[in-house]
Design a protein around this ligand. Structure first.
Ligand code: SAH
Length: 349
């Protein structure tokens, strides 16, 4: 192993921060041995707070109708080949019921920015979910909304909100989104969510078009500062009906390095091994957990819509990605010494 890198890894594990230059050195220099050492440190840090527990979230994709036109995303509004759907309130409650039976205690409602889901409708839905399942957490992932909306949804019972910032670099953001979407506004939304009292999830894609290693170092500096309770990262994967269809996918190895580094920066973070990671690599989620992740989010959407929520090509939704295959997930996690728990899985204080 390169001693310079070992020293930096030890420093990160102790001080939970490095300079931008030091992050770049790690990101460009780590080979497989250094990555294994980094992962070992990250796992030790995770185990201090969460032991070998893996938290599960039932992911319900409530609508693929979206007013936005993000250049990378398969459900962008200008994709005519995307077959649109929207779940009814009854569908969503049924998914929660089934998820509860399966042992899920967090439901994540994710979707495109679909104007049908007004505050009024979401508030009613949140009241129903919380009445049916008072011992469960509800996470929303419905994009940018007004501060008053975030406040109303929090008061109606939402516990957490996932809003990936997508990139910490404003110039980069403008290359991934049309002009009507602004980086400053997305960052402002993250701030509002925090002010409203949510457990907040930020995150970014690894290897998105135009991303440089300097930008990845900026991502890590952002995590140091903002300290989101949750952080969703996964490789960028091209979608055939988008501007970026011919762009290469992000690297699995870099994603794993970043998971370990994020765990060391922010030891108590709730860190998912994402579907995108599982899509890009055989045993991707197990490898994510071994790199320091502690959350997986199996798909709990009705089977009839799963193939329609195609954010990127070949997105997994069956096998161990499916909530119904929780047994298989449990076996896979047991094979790496981890236990899937029936628990809300809040961040430790
Ligand atoms: N409308 C919601 C949910 C977006 S989908 C919102 O704005 O937050 C959830 C995440 O999928 C996005 O934040 C993005 O980071 C990721 N995603 C979208 N397209 C992707 C692609 N082509 N490859 C990898 N991840 C992608």
């Amino acid at each position: 192993m390169k001693m310079e890198l070992v020293t930096l890894i030890d420093k990160l594990a102790e001080e939970h921060k490095l300079s931008k230059e030091e992050y770049i050195t790690l990101l460009t220099g780590c080979g497989s041995e250094e990555a294994a050492y980094l992962a070992e440190k990250a796992r030790a840090e995770k185990e201090k707070y969460y032991g070998n527990n893996v938290f599960i979230r039932g992911l319900i994709e409530i609508s693929n109708i979206c007013k936005n036109d993000c250049y990378y995303c398969g459900i962008r509004r200008s994709n005519p080949n995307c077959e649109r759907y929207r779940l009814t309130e009854e569908d969503i409650l049924e998914c929660c019921r089934e998820g509860y039976e399966l042992g899920f205690r967090t439901f994540v409602l994710q979707g495109g920015e679909d104007g049908y889901f007004t505050d009024e409708r979401l508030v009613a839905l949140l009241h129903s979910i919380k009445a049916n399942h008072p011992d469960c957490a509800v996470t929303l992932s419905l994009g940018e909304r007004s501060k008053s909306s975030y406040k109303a949804l929090k008061e109606a019972g939402a516990d957490r909100y996932l809003l990936r910032h997508e990139t910490a670099n404003e110039g980069h953001y403008t290359k991934l989104h049309p002009a009507e979407l602004s980086w400053k506004h997305r960052m402002e939304c993250l701030q509002w969510l925090r002010e409203c009292g949510y457990q907040v999830g930020a995150g970014f894609m690894v290897g998105s078009p135009y991303q440089t290693v300097e930008m990845l170092a900026e991502e890590l500096k952002f995590i140091e500062e903002f300290k989101p309770e949750m952080c969703g990262i996964g490789p960028f994967i091209p979608h055939k009906d988008t501007c970026f269809k011919d762009e290469p996918a992000g690297s699995v190895e870099t994603t794993l390095l970043l998971l370990s580094m994020i765990r060391l920066i922010h030891p108590k973070v709730l860190l998912p091994a994402t579907t995108a990671l599982g899509t890009m690599a055989e045993n991707g989620r197990e490898r994510g957990i071994l790199a320091g992740a502690n959350v997986v989010m199996p798909n709990l959407s009705p089977a009839s819509v799963r193939k329609k929520y195609m954010l990127y090509d070949n997105k997994l939704s069956d096998g161990a990605e499916s909530a119904q295959a929780k047994n298989e997930l449990e076996k896979r996690m047991a094979s790496i010494g981890c236990t899937v728990v029936v628990d809300r899985g809040d961040a430790v204080k």
